[in-house]
Design a protein. Structure first.
Length: 227
């Protein structure tokens, strides 16, 4: 379970990105955080990643207050999470297999476990035949599938995605969302920050809408909003 308790976050520039947010996300949920550019949706994700810190309030994950966590413990927190970004963030000098395996090597997984797990995950995301290819040889959709594979290879309990379809064409974006839905059905909590209104409405999941840092709507089923 994830809990934002009276959370506010103000950047050094004076911009109030999030204002008094109170949200609970249960284990296994699929949640969209939506809003226009600059609304605060990405900040909601970044606070869970400990990339930015709230200026007020508390954030709890499974009852543990991560706002009080020491910097030395952050890598251990992130091991339970997977991350997907708009710009993919693949390592250009490594092939698909090694990009995914890299996430396992960081946590010092055994070579045997890597050899077993990476092919399974590549198969799950539909790119087994791309294992020896490099990022610049792949389409945008294929690169994002590699990013998804890397994000889930360590079996995270929480998957965070910040505009994961922002650089993709509509059909490929739908494919990626379907893939993320499949991952959610396997038990992983999925939280996606996006302004892709068509995908949000098509998915019919829980939607948390934020504008100028204020959460003004939180409901299941999707709905039409201005992108």
């Amino acid at each position: 379970m994830i809990e934002y308790k009276n959370v506010s976050m103000t950047y050094d520039s004076g911009v109030e990105a999030v204002k008094n947010a109170n949200v609970t996300i249960n284990r296994g949920e699929f949640v969209f955080v939506v809003g226009k550019s600059g609304s605060g949706k990405s900040t909601m994700i970044k606070m869970l990643m400990k990339e930015v810190e709230p200026t007020e309030g508390e954030i709890l994950i499974d009852g543990f207050n991560i706002t009080e966590m020491k910097k030395s413990k952050i890598p251990y927190l992130r091991r339970s999470m997977g991350f997907i970004f708009q710009d993919f963030r693949l390592l250009p000098d490594k092939n698909v297999y090694d990009n995914v395996a890299y996430a396992m090597r960081i946590i010092q997984a055994s070579a045997k476990k890597i050899r077993r797990q990476v092919p399974l995950v590549l198969s799950l995301v539909g790119i087994s035949d791309k294992a020896k290819m490099f990022p610049d040889e792949l389409s945008g959709g294929e690169q994002q599938r590699v990013a998804v594979a890397r994000a889930i290879v360590n079996n995270p309990t929480l998957l965070l995605a910040d505009e994961p379809t922002g650089n993709l064409d509509p059909e490929t974006a739908k494919d990626i969302m379907a893939l993320l839905n499949d991952i959610n059905l396997r038990g992983t909590t999925v939280i996606i920050a996006t302004h892709a209104s068509d995908l949000v409405n098509e998915m019919q999941k829980r939607v948390i809408a934020i504008d100028k840092g204020i959460i003004y709507r939180d409901e299941k089923g999707g709905y039409n909003y201005e992108s």
